[in-house]
Design a binder for this molecule. Structure first.
Ligand code: AMP
Ligand code: TRP
Length: 334
């Protein structure tokens, strides 16, 4: 299993999702769907990044459930544990060890530039945890441990992957070649799904209201209601214009992704028809996507998932260890 990764023939893909809440269609189209498509061409490693999730407050019992449910969502989306490694970040201590080392290479000025930190910390910048500030360094460790070639993510993570590249280059320049320089892979159409209640901000698991997102576990009728209530722009034409009509552009984008149709085709189909019709159909298309996905989702037991995580950690651990040892040698620690 996974000779793909150890024999060095295929390029390596690494990515992860935080187990910090329900996954939504933004996660699916921004990340999961791309991952599934990459399983043929690459040696893939998909992580549940639990140490990232604790950078903000989590309820311990809920966190534990979220870890399992995140894997469940990977499986329901088509990630195959026979072909890809799936594991839990905190199972492999090399992640935090390398993060410490990279913390000594990263500068405060690097992290001060991170827009996600600025957004997440808001006005309380001095009072949020140090972990939230240092989180992109842990992400760099995740990626660099596996000699990763490609990191499929949504647009919001681009800056973090760039930091990983910069840290790898800086380390290599100071201590000799140690890390491969990874590349972010961002699919244009699905890079940024916006909130249903506010098309100026991305759809997010941590949004204040569940009206913001279509969770992958929302019952089809709930999802359809959320769509009916989604904000729209003034005017009534179904036309894609991201600047002037961001709300309808977002819904058109979602429709196109769910139905596998072109936006231009949808514009033609809905020419002369109103938002009501369009939203009703979008609700239907969403349900047609969610139903089979959920059937698969609920088919995996907790026990099965725990086994997959254990086997995944066993496969990933030696790979991570090899990079960590090389890094320590180059630093003079060994
Ligand atoms: P997160 O929910 O922040 O753990 O993100 C997990 C993955 O989903 C990352 O690759 C993100 O870039 C991607 N993602 C999260 N929200 C969105 C969104 N609204 N649109 C597109 N991709 C997203
Ligand atoms: N920071 C990413 C997010 O919030 C999750 C993540 C952690 C990740 N480590 C990673 C993504 C490594 C890709 C590669 O979405």
């Amino acid at each position: 299993m996974n000779n793909n990764i150890s024999n060095g023939v295929k390029k390596i893909v690494f990515s992860g999702v935080q187990p910090s809440g329900v996954l939504h269609i933004g996660n699916y189209f921004g990340a999961l769907q791309q991952w599934v498509d990459m399983q043929d061409k690459y040696g893939c490693i998909f992580c549940v990044v639990d140490y990232h999730a604790i950078t903000v407050k989590q309820d311990p019992r809920q966190l534990n459930k979220n870890i399992i449910n995140t894997v469940r969502a990977y499986l329901a989306s088509g990630i195959n544990p026979e072909r890809s490694i799936i594991f839990q970040q905190s199972d492999i201590s090399a992640h935090t060890e390398l993060a410490w080392i990279l913390n000594c290479i990263a500068r405060i000025s690097d992290l001060n530039k991170m827009t996600q930190f600025k957004e997440k910390s808001g006005d309380s910048r001095e009072n949020v945890g140090v972990g939230l500030f240092a989180y992109p360094v842990l992400m760099a460790a995740d990626i660099l441990l596996y000699n990763t070639d490609a990191v499929p993510v949504g647009e919001d993570q681009k800056q973090h992957v760039e930091l990983s590249r910069a840290l790898a280059r800086r380390f290599n320049a100071q201590f000799g070649h140690t890390f491969k320089i990874p590349e972010a892979i961002i699919k244009k159409e699905s890079a940024r799904i916006m909130g249903l209640d506010n098309p100026a901000k991305k759809m997010s698991k941590s949004a204040a209201s569940p009206a913001n997102y279509i969770a992958l576990t929302d019952k089809p009728e709930v999802a359809a209601k959320k769509i009916m209530r989604a904000v729209t722009d003034s005017g009534k034409e179904i036309k894609f214009n991201i600047v002037k009509r961001p709300a309808i552009a977002n819904l058109l984008n979602i429709y196109a992704l769910l139905a596998g149709k072109n936006i231009k085709t949808l514009e033609r189909e809905y020419a002369g028809r109103g938002y009501g019709d369009f939203k009703k159909d979008l609700g239907k298309v969403t349900g047609e996507f969610l139903s089979p996905w959920q059937k698969k989702y609920y088919s995996f037991s907790d026990e099965e998932i725990k086994k997959i995580l254990k086997a995944g950690a066993e496969q990933a651990r030696p790979l991570a260890k090899a990079t960590l040892i090389k890094t320590k040698k180059n630093l003079g620690l060994i």
